[in-house]
Design a binder for this molecule. Structure first.
Ligand code: GDP
Ligand code: MG
Length: 177
């Protein structure tokens, strides 16, 4: 009684946005459960997943929201963005149109959430080397121009997946603590 140090509970809401089929649900599945679904239908239905993370020895909880497919109908609601302090804006490096959509997603994010939401631009599917349509330099340049963090990932082979989420959570933690 009184001896126990109460660990402070941080819960950060983070949203995943980007065109349909860029790999948002699989990035979350890989990060939270170390799973991958080659059939995207299996990923529909998850609303959010809470993931405990260790940042500088402190336990932090990231509440990561997935669109669960609503972006297909251009119907990502304002409730989805409400209270978000972090965002992963995802495109598919093997699909130029998904990269061209990033501006629209950033506009939507800034319409519905705080201007200061910590945002990382994520180029997913780096395992598809032979099908690449967007160079790393282009992704980097866009991120720099927009003041975003940047990382290329593969939910399939796991590369940089945890690092992408951790970059956002660490930055939020540093700002708020
Ligand atoms: P979402 O609509 O953005 O949530 O995309 P999904 O996570 O449902 O993925 C769409 C499709 O891309 C599925 O067939 C996945 O298996 C596939 N996919 C997702 N991430 C990767 C990746 O990193 N590499 C490859 N090769 N395929 C991926
Ligand atoms: Mg999905």
């Amino acid at each position: 009684n009184g001896e126990e140090v109460q660990s402070q509970d941080y819960i950060f809401k983070i949203v995943l946005i980007g065109d349909s089929a860029v790999g948002k649900s699989n990035l979350l599945a890989r990060f939270a459960r170390d799973e991958f679904y080659s059939n995207s239908k299996s990923t529909i239905g998850v609303e959010f997943q809470t993931q405990k993370m260790d940042i500088d020895g402190k336990e932090v909880k990231a509440q990561i929201w997935d669109t669960a497919g609503q972006e297909r109908f251009r119907a990502v609601t304002s409730a989805y963005y409400r209270g978000a302090v972090g965002a992963l804006v995802v495109y598919d490096i093997s699909s130029r149109p998904t990269f061209d959509s990033i501006g629209r997603w950033l506009n939507e994010l800034h319409t519905h959430s705080d201007m200061n939401v910590v945002t990382i631009l994520v180029g997913n599917k780096t395992d598809l080397k032979d099908a690449r349509e967007v160079s790393t330099a282009e992704g980097q340049a866009l991120a720099e121009a927009q003041g975003l963090f940047f990382m290329e990932t593969s939910a399939l082979d796991s590369s940089n997946v945890a690092a992408a989420f951790e970059t956002v959570v660490k930055e939020i933690y540093d700002i708020l603590s």
